[in-house]
Design a protein around this ligand. Structure first.
Ligand SMILES: [Zn+2]
Length: 483
């Protein structure tokens, strides 16, 4: 007969604790506490994620005084990300993305995939090493100047590290000689590392020399169809930022060295933004200052409103390209009359690492990171009591809670961490949890030991604290959206 759970905990707490950490070994036939482990959680429970084991090299130590660790801090997101062990500088404009950042970025990429595939986008992956021949054909080999990272192979052939892939993708599509109007619109995209030799890399991940970008390219049968595609991509971008809870303005923009005739930027208003925007107070009109004549103060769209200047971080850019690249590289499809016709193109970028850093920039305080909930690296942090404190026995309830959440809330598997640094006070660990910005922090203390056990739940987004039963907590966390 199974002894009551609580007695098992009291008797075997030490072993059980080891068992959570070394979970695999428990199931591989060790005697004694292996049985206890097996009876307490189902067979496919993952090992608990322990804060002490997370690879976060500065480990939230106060680096305020240490200028060597600080490096050159040029903005809030860089400082917060570096101090919390989310990124680590390597060489100018390049960073290690540490595990917590990669978790968040992979989530962001999943949201992007959902939105791009929702409008028919198909994901591919093109080489970063691009032959100079293609870039010479489009004349951008010279046009790009010093921004292009150039290199030679052992045969002395010129290459560049791709900052964008209009040449590559158009060549790919041109190689398909049987492309039919029935296959259009064709939307191809990738999420890859891009390279740009920035003269002044700064602001952490906001302006680096190596970064992740989502770039999509569209091929359509007519100008009208291409405009429809352009519009559907803009709508997908708007949905994406809405899902992330980010206020984003779509502004008319200059087409720069990409070319084409129609272009919009997606900007997150922020003080450190490098772009100057003019936004109408009355209608939806917004434009980059570059595109308007100087001293323009009246809105060209509604004539009632005045334009107010604001700074913005560019996180997305869309271009209608027309036939600029498809003419050069002969991206041709056969139309309804079976006649070869040059495709109409568009290209659409999203700065993946930049969105991540910009979100932290606009949502965080000087001390505490805040994430868009959907892409927070971990959704829940559970805090057991301090070792040796009066309520130490609640520690087992914290571990039990982590496993219960895993069992009842499959969408939160891998999303719940246990802050096992129980040599530290609750207060210190709460402050760390606050700085890292887990959307939900659960304190297991005195209230958990009462006859009607309650957990203290802090919702970081709202700053609210509530006391909930285990069922109440499960109901609350059931509503958390994950990706
Ligand atoms: Zn207006």
């Amino acid at each position: 007969m199974e002894p009551p759970v609580r007695q098992i905990w009291k008797r075997g707490f030490h072993n059980l604790h080891r068992c959570f950490i070394l979970h695999k070994r428990c199931h591989s036939g060790q005697t004694g506490h292996a049985d206890i482990a097996a009876s307490n959680h189902s067979r496919h429970v993952k090992p608990t994620l322990l804060v002490s084991r997370l690879y976060q090299p500065s480990n939230l130590r106060d680096v305020g005084q240490d200028s060597r660790l600080q490096g050159e801090m040029t903005c809030k997101s860089q400082m917060l990300m570096q101090q919390a062990g989310l990124i680590h500088p390597s060489n100018p404009g390049c960073y290690y993305y540490l595990p917590v950042t990669v978790r968040s970025m992979e989530k962001l990429v999943r949201v992007i995939d959902q939105e791009m595939q929702g409008i028919g986008g198909q994901k591919l992956d093109m080489p970063s090493l691009c032959s100079a021949d293609l870039w010479k054909t489009s004349e951008r080999w010279d046009l790009m100047g010093k921004e292009l990272f150039r290199l030679k192979d052992r045969h002395n052939a010129d290459y560049c590290l791709g900052p964008t892939h209009e040449e590559a993708v158009t060549t790919l599509v041109a190689h398909q000689t049987t492309l039919s109007y029935r296959q259009l619109p064709l939307l191809l995209y990738q999420v890859t590392r891009k390279f740009r030799d920035e003269p002044k890399p700064r602001f952490g991940l906001l302006r680096g020399r190596e970064f992740y970008m989502k770039d999509m390219y569209s091929f359509d049968m007519s100008e009208e169809a291409a405009h429809r595609t352009y519009e559907s991509v803009c709508q997908a971008y708007t949905r994406l930022f809405a899902r992330l809870g980010l206020r984003c303005v779509q502004v008319q923009a200059d087409t720069g060295n990409i070319g084409g005739t129609l272009s919009h930027e997606f900007q997150l208003p922020a003080d450190i933004g490098e772009d100057r925007l003019l936004v109408c107070g009355t209608c939806s009109f917004a434009a980059n200052v570059e595109t308007l004549s100087p001293d323009k103060t009246d809105c060209p769209q509604c004539s009632a409103g005045t334009l107010v200047e604001s700074k913005g971080i560019e996180v997305g850019h869309t271009f209608y390209l027309g036939r600029k690249y498809s003419n050069i590289f002969k991206a041709i499809f056969s139309n309804h009359q079976n006649k070869p016709t040059v495709a109409e193109m568009g290209c659409y970028g999203l700065g993946v690492t930049r969105i991540l850093a910009a979100a932290i920039e606009v949502m965080s305080t000087e001390e505490a990171i805040r994430w868009p909930g959907l892409i927070a690296p971990y959704q829940v942090c559970v805090l057991p009591p301090k070792k040796g404190s009066k309520v130490e026995e609640a520690a087992v309830l914290a571990e039990d809670l982590v496993h219960t959440l895993g069992q009842f809330l499959p969408h939160l598997r891998g999303e719940v961490v246990l802050d096992d640094r129980t040599q530290m006070t609750i207060g210190k660990r709460l402050r760390d949890a606050g700085r890292l910005g887990y959307p939900y922090v659960v304190v297991v203390g005195q209230a958990a030991l009462e006859e009607m056990p309650k957990f203290e739940v802090i919702c970081q987004q709202t700053g609210e604290t509530v006391f909930l039963s285990k069922d109440g907590l499960i109901d609350l966390l059931r509503t958390v959206e994950t990706v």
